[in-house]
Design a protein around this ligand. Sequence first.
Ligand SMILES: [Fe+2]
Length: 229
Amino acid sequence: MKRSRVNEIMLEGDAFIRSFGYVMPPFAYWTPEEFRARKADAAGILDARLGWDITDFGGGRFDELGLFLFTVRNGRAADLATGRGMLYAEKIMIARKDQVTPMHRHVVKAEDIINRGGGTLTLELFLSDAKGEIDLEAGVTVPSDGILRRLPAGGKLKLEPGESVTLLPGVWHAFWGEGADVLVGEVSTVNDDRTDNIFADPVGRFAEIEEDEDPQHLLVADYDRWFGT
Ligand SMILES: [Fe+2]
């Protein structure tokens, strides 16, 4: 996707998020030049890969297959081994109306997906079979705000504003906004998006960017090229 489109989506996304009273942290608004000047201060941001993550899953059709994410906090993967420390992460996301995040599962990450406002968030859910592939038969039971909800394989779970679901590793999920764009929260286990997303279809996790103008703010996927992280 074009950098100019990424810049537009950042502006639109920021306004949408603020309309619900949620404000992203100060580093969200650094220019690439400020980021470069503050590189030494920013080690925690770069190491945890905090920040903007706008993706079309490599398909070039953001409106149909895409997701706006901003990683607000992310713990230390090394702490998982000891079972104590910063084991958690938080993202704020926007699932636009009829914009699909493709079917995927995680190996390590458990995540609560929260409808924080806007339209209905619809999730299509499957369990994994013994090989980790989509189980087309088994029913799915998921905790949703303290209540177990039971669905058939491929059932659609609809979350209204205020509602959430807990997805444990291995639960296949795709989701999209219905009726209107949705502000989505994610509270999860410490997360590495480079390694912990298994997609049902061959898609990419990050967009390929065509540099038709300067970036307004850097994407997490830009950090390696800009800072050699
Ligand atoms: Fe997920």
